[in-house]
Write a protein that binds this ligand. Structure first.
Ligand code: F6P
Length: 324
């Protein structure tokens, strides 16, 4: 049966979103459906900013970072009034189902819309990897590789100058990116929000690395930690902490979000979005499409929203052991 569906990207952009948009459009067209893109996330939904999308509109985008539809954080959609406006726009356009490509906040909004009776299917997409319902989310792999490239480069200059670097990575309140970048980047220490690291203890660890004869120390700090990188540097200075090494701070910030998606994220975005279209066809809405036990699966929104994925403490311990 002919259907009209729409797709939007919301929240922080993530490498691989374009692969997901392309997949929604082409898998929808394959079924004989009409597919609409919503510009600028939920803001575009509230204002009825739709565009009809054909196969050619998503040509040549699979390798591009960002999102061709644009993304936004939309406080209006968090209100019932805003969602009612969105619902009205969707109904006026004759749209019957929506695919929401985004992270925690975006899927919470999607769930609210779904609860108002409008069929929504989510695609788990955020570099933070904090979303329940997907062991790895869209964009994480590329963001991690960008962080690793930076860490590898920082190691070179750190070794030349016998320095310690506090490298701050994104992740909001989740330490996943920092922990994985720390392990894969061979860091001397990792600081994450989920595990308390007193600054004095961290200073001792850095000093120990110096005494072991290391040429540098790389400390990967998650932005959401109790002390972020700048906070730690200020603390060390204020308390005259002895580190052995000279200290520098590098904050990677949005650099991590802007990369060209790697093979993993292109394939993940493609597969998650194809599954989202399949679920709409089956009438199985109100679910998030994510990676479950290495395969693509779905989780009902009720089990996803309002939660944050936990960190495996064993991996934090592994990072410590490997830092020797
Ligand atoms: O959720 C993705 C993310 O990049 C977080 O890691 C970060 O805290 C936040 O978005 C930054 O938000 P904005 O792009 O609105 O500054």
């Amino acid at each position: 049966m002919m259907k009209r569906i729409a797709v939007l990207t919301s929240g922080g952009d993530a490498p691989g979103m374009n692969a997901a948009i392309r997949s929604v459009v082409r898998c929808g067209l394959e079924r004989g459906w009409e597919v609409f893109g919503v510009n600028h996330g939920y803001s575009g939904l509230v204002s009825g900013n739709f565009r009809n999308m054909g196969a050619r509109d998503v040509g040549g985008i699979i390798q591009q970072g960002g999102t061709i539809l644009g993304s936004a954080r939309c406080p209006e959609f968090q209100t019932e009034d805003g969602r009612r406006k969105a619902l009205r726009e969707l109904n006026q356009e004759g749209i019957e189902a929506l695919v929401v490509i985004g992270g925690n906040g975006s899927q919470t909004g999607a769930n609210a819309l779904n609860s108002m009776g409008f069929p929504v299917v989510g695609v788990a997409s955020t570099i933070d990897n904090d979303l329940v319902g997907s062991q790895i989310t869209l964009g994480v792999d590329t963001a991690l590789n960008i962080a690793l490239e930076a860490i590898d480069r920082l190691k070179v200059t750190a070794s030349s100058h016998q320095r310690a670097f506090l490298v701050e990575v994104m992740g909001r309140n989740c330490g996943y990116l920092a922990l994985m970048a720390g392990i894969a980047g061979g860091a001397e220490a990792v600081v994450i929000p989920e595990i308390d690291t007193p600054p004095e203890a961290l200073a001792d660890e850095i000093q120990l690395s110096y005494e072991r004869g290391k040429a540098h120390a790389i400390i990967v700090v998650a932005e959401g930690s109790h002390y972020n990188a700048a906070g730690l540097a200020a603390y060390f200075k204020e308390h005259n902490e002895e580190l052995g090494f000279g200290l520098r701070v590098t904050t990677l910030g949005h650099v991590q979000r802007g990369g060209m998606p790697g093979a993993y994220d292109r394939l993940l975005g493609t597969r998650l979005a194809a599954r989202a279209v399949d679920e709409i066809a089956k009438g199985n809405t109100g679910v998030l499409c994510g990676v479950l036990l290495g395969d693509i699966g779905t989780t009902p929104y009720a089990e996803v929203v309002g939660k944050t994925k936990a960190i495996d403490p064993a991996l934090f311990e592994l990072a410590r052991v490997l830092s020797y």
